[in-house]
Design a protein around this ligand. Structure first.
Ligand code: F6R
Length: 260
């Protein structure tokens, strides 16, 4: 696990560099996209590079991590609309290239299985962007999730619903209780995981993810089992790391041959 302590704008540039490298080097790159606040600066930077530097997404496909269940089709907080606003409409993805689990399907279990199949048929995810919940979730794999889980229906914790109420005018009751989410086993199959976290509210989850024992109580700890993870955290999110000064030292003396 490569842990980089860097201010938000620099973290966003590093994440955008990783995405850009996949876009420029792979014939049919597959991106994994997170929603929420954490990746917003990355999407901003990617949209800028598209507009100013000709970075193209035309040959890429993308899969969202998760989707709320039961929000009306046109609701602006449906994650497929969020990602359209934040990234897809600002770059040149081909029509239908960005997919999300269908949180309004009549048969949610079937929709989850279809989503797994679509990711596999696309050849798997090359670069997966991730955020982390204050309770240690990644995607919407809440505490207690199987470390081998696949895309499925989950119930959001009260804490996650409170954390996300800011996207629903502060009304926790408006936040759906259920979602379809890629599983931890699904996420682990992506070839490069890039997790962004900022702010002191993430510090305990970041500490557990990097330094805690691997446990379903802190689902993000499963990233310790993945061979290629880049964690980008600001000083506040890194503030509980026991190895914080070591990670800073690693970065300061990073040999040129060590890739992100
Ligand atoms: C969203 C997702 C979630 C968020 C997490 C952090 O697609 O998968 O795991 O990444 O809840 O959210 P923010 O970034 O809003 O703090």
């Amino acid at each position: 696990m490569d842990v980089v302590v860097a201010p938000g704008p620099e973290a966003a540039r590093i994440a955008a560099d990783i995405v850009e490298r996949a876009l420029r080097t792979k014939e049919q790159p597959v991106l994994g996209l997170a929603t929420g606040s954490s990746p917003l600066a990355v999407y901003e930077e990617l949209a800028r590079r598209h507009a100013e530097e000709g970075l193209s997404f035309a040959h890429a496909r993308a899969f969202l991590l998760d989707e709320y269940v039961g929000l009306p089709e046109e609701h602006p907080e449906r994650y497929r609309h969020v990602i359209e606003r934040e990234l897809a409409e600002r770059v040149d993805f081909a029509l239908g290239a960005v997919q999300a689990p269908d949180g309004n399907a009549e048969d949610l279990a079937q929709a989850a299985a279809d989503y797994e199949r679509a990711i596999a048929e696309a050849g798997g995810v090359d670069v997966q962007l991730l955020g982390i919940g204050t309770d240690g979730h990644i995607a919407f794999n809440e505490p207690g999730s199987s470390l081998a889980s696949r895309t499925r229906i989950k119930t959001l914790t009260e804490q996650t619903r409170r954390d996300n109420a800011r996207f629903f005018d502060g009304d926790v009751d408006a936040v759906p209780r259920h979602c379809l989410t890629q599983g931890l086993g699904t996420i682990l199959e992506a070839r490069h995981l890039v997790l962004l976290a900022s702010g002191v509210s993430k510090a305990e989850a970041v500490h557990q993810m990097i330094e805690g024992p691997v446990s379903a109580m802190w689902p993000a700890t499963v990233l310790q089992m993945h061979p290629h993870v880049t964690v980008l955290v600001d000083d506040a999110a890194a503030s509980r790391l026991q190895l914080g000064s070591y990670f800073r030292e690693v970065r300061a003396h990073k040999p040129g041959w060590q890739p992100w």
